[in-house]
Design a protein. Structure first.
Length: 89
């Protein structure tokens, strides 16, 4: 069965949100169907605000990335979660 690599942008709720703590929370809530691929990287947005870019590998099943999005949306320190790229692997 093939897989999908999804790049997900996680925007912090506040400009002064501790990004290291947010990275740990992302790792904690990641469901078993998703595997973080590589490091969670910081991407500058504007005025000192940074987003976290997470690449996740999931199976290429119907609704495959939705459980990951749902889990990330439960983090109170995350303002928004959006898939910015999908690639078959």
């Amino acid at each position: 069965m093939s897989g999908v690599a999804a790049t997900i942008k996680v925007m912090p709720a506040e400009a002064d949100t501790d990004l290291n703590m947010l990275k740990e929370k992302i790792k904690e809530v990641m469901p078993a169907c998703g595997k973080i691929n590589g490091e969670i990287r910081e991407e500058p947005i504007a005025f000192g605000l940074k987003a976290l870019m997470v690449t996740v590998i999931v199976k290429d099943d119907e609704g495959g990335i939705e459980p990951v999005e749902d889990a990330l949306n439960t983090i109170p320190e995350a303002e928004s979660v959006s898939v910015v790229n999908l690639d078959r692997i």
